[in-house]
Design a protein around this ligand. Sequence first.
Ligand SMILES: C[S@@+](CC[C@H](N)C(=O)[O-])C[C@H]1O[C@@H](n2cnc3c(N)ncnc32)[C@H](O)[C@@H]1O
Length: 262
Amino acid sequence: MSTAPPDPPGGEDNETAAFGFRQVAAQTRQGLVNEVFSTVAARYDLMNDLMSGGLHRLWKDDLITWLNPPRSQRPFELIDVAAGTGDVALKALRGGGTGCRATLCDISPAMLEVGRDRLRQAGLADRAGFAIGNAEALPFADQRFDAFTIAFGIRNVTRIDRALAEARRVLKRGGRFLCLEFSCCEVPVLDRLYDFHSFEVIPRLGALAAGAAEPYRYLVESIRKFPDQRRFATMIGGCGFQRVSFRNLTGGIAAIHSGWRL
Ligand SMILES: C[S@@+](CC[C@H](N)C(=O)[O-])C[C@H]1O[C@@H](n2cnc3c(N)ncnc32)[C@H](O)[C@@H]1O
């Protein structure tokens, strides 16, 4: 595993990007995101359970069901980008056969280190690889992977279109892109409760359980800035993926998008 995250790809000097509800210089945004995740890494799994009431586990199970890794010895190479503490890779390797291998890639060494420990403890490290890398400029050759997953990662990326193009580039022909991300709640009343939970409960939980409200405020705000399910599907199609579709989870609080490199 390399030790330092690569420099973010350059942008125009006057380009700006949303960092939560704030507009910041595009070139500084990734650094701010990295600060968030290096701050929360040690408490990330606990906070994920507290904030979502454990729902994120069910959503990740849905992602793996849709991925459907082969249960045989047939080689199957998965790349999980923004892998963080390794949940998706763990579930894919447990669900797949001995031919299934996962590469975990994340820009945050602190998050990936937790992921590496968890895979080791699960006895799955021999079927896993680890790489520090930016989703916008992946450190992998063209057409190397059978499947690409990214869970709760893409909204943290500054230039989503570049990350989608990179996903397509590293996938083999016939490879599948699957993205689990927070989305737009489409159920009346549930949307109000969700707003209250997001803006009133989560930052307070962050302050109490992790000693910091600010990173959790960013997480909530970044969800609201992310395109809704239909717009995101259009972006995926615009980057050359085919047969793009999505499924809402829990009324659209989260969604899984799928696309194929054909
Ligand atoms: C909310 S966590 C999700 C972690 C894990 N996928 C999960 O579902 O539990 C977001 C992850 O995205 C990573 N990340 C943020 N920007 C990134 C980028 N440009 N390239 C790769 N990873 C990035 C963060 O370091 C963090 O580990």
